[in-house]
Design a protein around this ligand. Structure first.
Ligand code: SF4
Ligand code: SF4
Length: 159
């Protein structure tokens, strides 16, 4: 539905609106320059980093206890993954339990929906709150990379 808003008398003179916009930009500029500290809205990344919520869904990892992954290669996570970016090849262990011989996530396809984490019956696949994931090339997280335990790490410690 198209909603037509009435234009005020002053809004019809674009110069006034432009001046108002410039005034706000200018005021914020000087506030940031002169009021460094609590008043500043911007952060000096990477020296300063924002603490994201614990619920933030960032870089994946596979939860492991004593170096052994919780994953039993049940294939639930690749089944529910809407982006089809999880690839698992299962193997049978010495005690007949299955484990993922290969576990890969094509992170460029991932939409960080968290459905893999929700579906996992073993609490094995997790999404940490690490958000620094920019890459210069296509990245596939392999099992070795995913086995790095990232859950307890603070963002400042990095990957
Ligand atoms: S977060 Fe979503 S898209 Fe990414 S691997 Fe998990 S299920 Fe797939
Ligand atoms: S759902 Fe969990 S246990 Fe099943 S394959 Fe995925 S990570 Fe492994």
């Amino acid at each position: 539905m198209l909603i037509r808003r009435k234009t005020g008398f002053l809004q019809r003179f674009y110069f006034f609106e432009i001046f108002k916009g410039m005034w706000i930009t200018n005021a914020m500029f000087w506030k940031n320059i002169l009021g460094r500290g609590e008043k500043t809205a911007t952060m000096e990344y990477p020296e300063e980093r924002r603490d994201y919520s614990e619920r933030y869904r960032g870089m994946h990892y596979i939860k492991a206890v004593n170096g052994v992954e919780n994953c039993t290669a049940c294939m639930l996570c690749p089944t529910v993954c809407p982006a089809e970016c999880i690839h698992i090849e299962a193997e049978e262990g010495p005690n007949k339990e299955k484990f993922p011989e290969k576990f890969e996530i094509d992170v460029l396809r991932c939409c960080f929906c968290g459905m893999c984490e929700e579906a996992c019956p073993k609490d094995a696949i997790k999404l940490s709150n690490i958000y620094e994931m920019s890459q210069t090339k296509r990245t596939v997280y392999d099992k070795e990379f995913l086995m790095v335990q990232r859950g307890d790490k603070k963002i400042k410690e990095g990957v």
